[in-house]
Design a protein around this ligand. Structure first.
Ligand code: DAH
Length: 578
């Protein structure tokens, strides 16, 4: 959950939040690290995986302006950039001329960066550090021999073309509007805050989920004579400020999928009759889905009018069928993944307990009803993906006025860790041939650890500031330059409705550690917190676990890193070291 800020609750929340998602439903409690074992027990015969059926389209979506979602009043949107001055335009041209791809440039009181060839001018909302920009453009999901790409292909194979188009979207910069507004995110949704999201400036950010491309992808499905394509998947890298542990990295990869059905039959018929034919079509498609033996212990069609309602524009019977089609399609996906993992580890099925899965209700701004599926793994319910029936305005705005449909989203790393037995999320970013050489296109093989280098932990204890960060925070990538921030000049907020940020946010120390130690930081945990009985000041102590996956770290090197973390905490966040 992203609502909690500091203290013991943060630890509790972190351990419950392995698969970061925008659901507000109660989260399953998972262990802080995902140590997947080599096999996943189940009792079915291997599924046929249609590896060859996918073709991926790169960069499919032109830039476009997207109309607002029904709840959003554009006149109240505070995330538009202020109009550019000629200086700004000149600076952007300068960025293009010098061509320093993904490097933050500070010159003549202005800052900005060229990202995949496009210039962005920074302002007081900017909070993206150089260490994150350095990783933009790696496109791990597009390297055929990388576990993330192999996993993507396996997932795509469960949604075959030509019924589904498969998109990858290399440019991670999207507008605030596409990432949040068009999807119906409330103005005070915690995902919008600068503590959770990397802003390039008040109008653009590093996408926090592939749903930022939903509108464009739905547009690509807009009716075209004779098209048999009624669905899509999208794969992309996504960015979130987050905790540091073996299952969290500030850049991870998501996939998103959707399918729609149009009103069916002759246009001379009434809309109602065409809707009935559409419902029939969904029922037929449901019967034609591949069979699964997957054991779903909990599944019901009960919708809660308050918390998870059927949309007012939708017919109940049709929604029930749609939701079943959605669930069955995703059960097939999950079964395929788990079976592939099992055959990779050469497990025999006999004697293994069947996989237990359950559907639970969830909340996403862009679907209703919404669900999540959880699978029991090592006595823990793992949240694997979110999904639901697409909000009607989203389809309408994309030109799909006669359609209903479903959508889902998942984090690829979680599945890849499970499939390949990869114990630490940082490994996906490794350029070490001992890691990369282990995998090849179309094959699920178990990761063989090539090292166990020693960890070295160090504690950092500090007093936090007693007052909330001011509107000119110590934490600025910009110094005093830049234009007014998104939230009426309050640079600590990305939206005026955002609640006042706390004096200290745990993601701030995570960011500093990431920036200083990069992938040498394995884990950062709060180990102590204390409020002084007379002054009321609060002290926190974090334990930073330094470990390289590729070599033994020297003591002096770790000490230097740790000293730098302390200095930056003082300089950027105004803490007092103890
Ligand atoms: N965008 C969601 C997230 O990052 C995942 C998701 C959930 C995508 C439900 C969907 C969906 O398309 O229908 O948490």
């Amino acid at each position: 959950m992203r609502l909690l800020k500091t203290g013991a609750f943060v630890r509790q929340a972190r351990s419950a939040r392995i698969c970061t998602s925008y659901t507000l439903a109660a989260q399953p409690v998972c262990p802080p690290s995902l140590q997947y074992s080599r096999s996943i027990p189940h009792s079915q015969t291997p599924a046929t995986i249609r590896w060859s059926s996918t073709q991926t389209v790169t960069q499919p979506f032109p830039e476009q302006s997207v109309p607002p979602f029904r709840e959003v009043d554009p006149s109240k949107t505070a995330t538009q950039s202020s109009s550019p001055t000629s200086d700004d335009t000149a600076f952007k041209e300068h960025l293009q001329t010098i061509g320093k791809e993904s490097k933050i440039v500070h010159e003549s009181g202005k800052s900005g960066s060229l990202i995949l060839g496009k210039p962005y001018l920074f302002d007081q909302t900017t909070n993206v550090p150089q260490s994150i920009l350095d990783l933009v453009g790696r496109n791990l999901y597009d390297n055929p021999d990388h576990p993330l790409c192999i996993t993507r292909k396996l997932i795509e194979s469960c949604f075959p073309s030509p019924e589904f188009n498969h998109f990858i979207q290399a440019d991670p910069v999207v507008s605030v509007h596409d990432n949040f507004d068009v999807l119906g995110f409330p103005k005070d949704h915690p995902g919008r805050s600068r503590t959770d999201t990397y802003y390039l400036n008040s109008s653009h950010l590093l996408r926090t989920h592939t749903s930022a491309h939903q509108h464009a992808a739905f547009k690509s499905l807009a009716p075209e004579d004779g098209s048999v394509t009624s669905g899509y998947t999208i794969c992309a890298d996504v960015y979130r400020r987050d905790s540091i542990d073996k299952s969290h990295f500030p850049i991870f990869h998501q996939m998103e999928g959707a399918k729609v059905w149009a009103l069916d039959g002759d246009i001379s018929q009434t809309r109602y009759n065409r809707m009935l034919s559409r419902t029939q079509k969904i029922a037929t498609d449901l019967r034609n889905l591949p069979q699964t033996d997957f054991l779903v212990t909990e599944q019901n069609d009960n919708y809660h009018p308050e918390t998870n309602p059927i949309q007012e524009e939708h017919d109940k019977k049709e929604t029930v069928l749609l939701a079943r089609h959605l669930k069955r399609s995703l059960e097939f996906l999950i079964e395929s993944i788990f079976r592939a993992a099992q055959s990779a580890s050469n497990q025999t099925t006999s004697g293994n307990a069947p996989i237990k899965a359950r559907w639970i209700e969830a909340y996403f701004p862009f679907t209703s009803p919404s669900y999540e599926i959880e699978v029991e793994w090592n006595n823990t319910w793992l949240e694997l993906l979110g999904c639901g029936i697409v909000q009607h305005p989203i389809l309408n705005q994309a030109g799909l006025r006669e359609h209903v449909g479903w959508a889902w989203g998942l984090g690829i790393e979680r599945f890849a860790m499970l499939l390949f037995g990869i114990p630490d999320i940082r490994l996906f970013w490794s350029t070490d041939p001992r890691f990369l050489k282990q995998f090849s296109q179309g094959k699920i093989t178990q990761f063989e650890p090539f090292s166990k280098f020693p960890a070295c932990y160090k504690d950092i204890a500090f007093w936090i500031r007693s007052a909330p960060a001011s509107s000119t925070p110590v934490n600025s990538n910009l110094g005093s330059s830049g234009v007014a921030a998104a939230a009426g000049g309050d640079a600590t907020k990305a939206s005026p409705a955002e609640t006042q940020p706390a004096a200290f946010h745990e993601n701030d120390i995570m960011e500093v550690v990431r920036d200083v130690a990069g992938s040498l930081a394995e884990d950062v945990t709060l180990v102590d917190e204390f409020v002084h009985p007379s002054s009321g000041r609060k002290s926190l102590c974090y334990r930073i676990n330094y470990r390289s996956l590729e070599r033994t770290l020297q003591n002096d090197e770790v000490n230097a890193l740790h000293d730098e973390v302390g200095k930056r905490m003082v300089g950027l966040h105004g803490v007092e070291l103890r």
